[in-house]
Write a protein that binds this ligand. Structure first.
Ligand code: URA
Length: 201
């Protein structure tokens, strides 16, 4: 039934969700935001403190990094849809559990099926693993363009480091900047990317 809902109804459903225990500790669910027909969807891991407070994705420190990277890539934040694997903040920003990902994944699948993006960008390990349905080493896979058919929607998937990596020092910021430079170039050719919808009843 869920897949028949439109995006607004899906967003309301996410806000009321009790499918896992995270609804007991969160302040707000964070369904994601952006145009309903965005060509590009960026998928992070899970809301952090500020996202939980505001009910919006990537509004904290990692969000500032993401907004800058998008700008440098020539992409406007308000033109892309930004979401997460988990819609609720795990306490103390711990990693998502397998059970939480399983409980939450129908929402992301439905969002993708409704938005029908030409390109999905997975930010970090959790989003990449979910969207490719396989274990990945982000240090090996980042910067690569792959195919995804998550939720029955086939489109291109670009793998990136998570923007929070830039906050931990080292050379992660440089790698992120390179990933987003590539993304900026890929985004110029969106019309060349084929998409298709499989029946998943
Ligand atoms: N990190 C994420 O993965 N998602 C957010 O929304 C914020 C930080």
């Amino acid at each position: 039934m869920c897949r028949m809902k439109n995006l607004d109804e899906l967003t309301d459903q996410i806000k009321r969700c009790t499918s896992c225990d995270l609804h007991k500790t969160h302040t707000n669910a964070v369904p994601g935001e952006g145009p309903k027909n965005a060509d590009i969807m960026l998928i992070g891991e899970a809301p952090g403190y500020y996202e939980d407070q505001e009910g919006r994705p990537f509004v904290g420190n990692a969000g500032e990094v993401l907004t800058n990277l998008l700008e440098k890539a020539g992409l406007k934040r308000e033109k892309v849809f930004i979401g997460n694997v988990l819609k609720c903040r795990p306490p103390k920003n711990r990693d998502p559990t397998e059970e939480e990902i399983k409980a939450c994944s129908p929402y992301l699948k439905n969002q993708i099926r409704k938005i029908r993006p030409k390109l999905i960008v997975s930010l970090g390990r959790f989003a990449t693993q979910l969207l490719l349905d396989q274990q990945v080493k982000i240090s090996q896979e980042h910067g690569e363009l792959k195919n995804s058919d998550y939720g029955g929607w086939s489109c291109k998937l670009f793998v990136s480091y998570h923007p929070a990596a830039a906050l931990y020092g080292g050379n992660a910021r440089k790698k992120l900047e390179k990933d987003f430079e590539k993304l900026g170039n890929l985004a110029k050719n969106l019309d060349n990317y084929k998409t298709s919808q499989q029946m998943t009843f």
